[in-house]
Design a binder for this molecule. Structure first.
Ligand SMILES: [Cu+2]
Length: 514
């Protein structure tokens, strides 16, 4: 091909530039180019495995993680009365196996105000074809103390609960709904744990609706103290109503919330109260139906609970249809969604993306967990800003005990801000708390530590702390509304203008004003 003289000159110039020292600099790979950890994060599979089937994961105020298997969905272990939990230390990679008093498999869990963990319900019977009965739920409940790493029994609940919800309330009490009872039929009792008395109230002490809420109903505490049933659940499709509702437990009033797409195909979808919690917006992602076994869905739904008459509107589609997915609030104010599968305990989806509540868009694709994460998998945030993923229990009954770590993109963007000082880790509602940082930051957040299983962690939230800066001293304004951040231990992160978070410090938020 004949080249025009001008093009020829331009070619020479380009060649000269290519070999100049400046061009060598330009030719160096962009550390934040497409496909780098800086734009998609990085997964690592640990070179050791969890000693137990990690079906439940609870981040403790000690920075360790309580992994609960119970019988681990293993009929032989159940028959043998072999129930397991372990406390994992992400810092040292060590495990401390914990005597486990009952089959906590498929129970519920949430943090109490003092940082102990309430673990409720679980399994008292596996399916039995002869007696034509499915899983039977336990009435028993335990408090796990991170200091002693031991369970202590409480009084029993009214009814058994296999796949219950557990939502921490603004006063630190816990409300539990749903699941299957000791006879394997739907649990309908409203269960209320009064934390000051350290016990479950009798059925008559709380307004009963005797309503069946399904299995692992996602019940998120709203700013006015009501519970929002997001429509995310496990199994139990075909429930009446719109598939979502607001529940005022003191009066027993349930108000349907319209707009959720395809409510009967939201089995093992995942719901998140989007950051910041102050915005009161919820995102529901994906879902399927293990009974019809349709291919899992790509749709998402968004709702603003501050609206006078809240209703769902369709959100952006996921990059891939999935159920069994995990969603983790990151300190930079975005949400990582990862893992999942297309069909009942089959066809894992190798896809991850990040939802930005500011733009209502999923970015990505992000790097993908090398381990399939479907049924009985979980992912959760660690205090250092990394995400851990555990579990997978495909239809052949096997269980994947490998553990993966995800380093989000913000860990590849430059040095991290440091929280150098904390006047006190004991925080009260409506107070102003002074911290010292090593350089300017854009925001500070409190993130509630995970208590996750089966694509459900209704207590997950990130609460903004408005900042007044005096040089490297920051005054953080703590919400005065306990419904915004129920009492307990939280991860405090500061985040710089580039979205890079510090390592978290633990703070203890309580109702007492100092
Ligand atoms: Cu399960």
């Amino acid at each position: 091909m004949r080249r025009r003289p001008l093009a020829y000159l331009a070619g020479l110039l380009a060649a000269a530039l290519l070999y100049s020292p400046l061009a060598v600099l330009r030719a160096a790979p962009d550390p934040c180019g497409v496909g780098t950890p800086c734009t998609q994060g990085r997964w690592t599979v640990l070179d050791y495995e969890s000693p137990v089937r990690a079906i439940h994961a609870v981040l403790l105020r000690t920075g360790k993680v309580l992994l609960i298997a119970g019988s681990g969905n293993d009929p032989a272990a159940f028959k043998a009365g072999s129930f397991k939990s372990t406390v994992y230390d992400p810092g040292t990679g060590s495990f401390h196996d914990v005597p486990t008093p009952a089959d906590l498999f498929c129970g519920g869990h949430t943090q109490l105000p003092d940082g102990r963990i309430l673990v409720l319900g679980g399994t008292i019977g596996y399916p039995d074809n002869v007696q034509d009965i499915t899983y039977q739920g336990s009435k028993a409940s335990y408090v796990f103390d991170p200091a002693t790493e031991a369970y202590q029994r409480t009084n029993d609940m009214t009814e058994g609960h296999w796949y219950p919800s557990a939502t921490s309330l603004g006063n630190g009490d816990v409300l539990t709904l749903g699941g299957l009872n000791e006879k394997a039929s739907g649990s309908v009792a409203v269960e209320y744990f009064a934390q000051a008395q350290g016990k479950w109230l009798a059925a008559g002490e709380i307004k009963q609706t005797w309503k069946f809420w399904g299995l692992y109903p996602s019940m998120i505490l709203t700013q006015d103290g009501r519970l929002f049933y997001t429509g995310s659940h496990v199994f139990g499709n075909g429930l009446p109503g719109t598939g979502a509702s607001l529940y005022d437990y003191p009066s027993g009033t349930v108000t349907d919330v319209p707009g959720l797409q395809d409510k009967d195909n939201r089995d093992q979808s995942m719901s998140v109260l989007l950051p910041p919690a102050q915005d009161q917006r919820v995102l529901v992602m994906g879902g399927g139906n293990i009974i019809t076994n349709v291919a899992a869905k790509r749709y998402t739904d968004l709702i603003d609970l501050k609206a006078k008459a809240p209703q769902y509107a369709p959100g952006p589609e996921l990059h891939a249809g999935k159920m069994y997915l995990s969603a983790v609030i990151l300190p930079d104010g975005t949400v990582l969604e990862t893992g999942g599968a297309v069909h009942n305990r089959a066809d894992p989806v190798a896809e991850a993306s990040v939802f930005d509540p500011k733009t209502n868009q999923f970015s990505g694709p992000m790097a993908v967990d090398p381990v399939a994460r479907g049924y009985h998998s979980s992912a959760f945030l660690l205090p250092d800003g990394r995400v851990m993923a555990v579990g997978n229990n495909p239809g052949d009954g096997s269980f994947d005990r490998r553990m993966s770590l995800y380093e989000p993109t913000y860990l590849f963007k430059g040095p991290r801000p440091v929280i150098a000082g904390l006047a006190s880790p004991e925080w009260t509602y409506g107070s102003t708390q002074r911290i010292t940082v090593d350089r300017a930051v854009a925001k500070a957040v409190l993130i509630r530590p995970a208590a996750v299983t089966h694509s459900t962690d209704p207590n997950q939230r990130s609460v903004d702390l408005p900042i007044t800066a005096h040089g490297n001293e920051l005054d953080l304004v703590v919400t005065a509304n306990p419904n915004m951040a129920p009492p307990g231990w939280y991860l405090l992160f500061t985040v710089d203008g580039a979205g890079i978070p510090s390592v978290a410090r633990w703070v203890h938020l309580t109702g007492l004003r100092s």
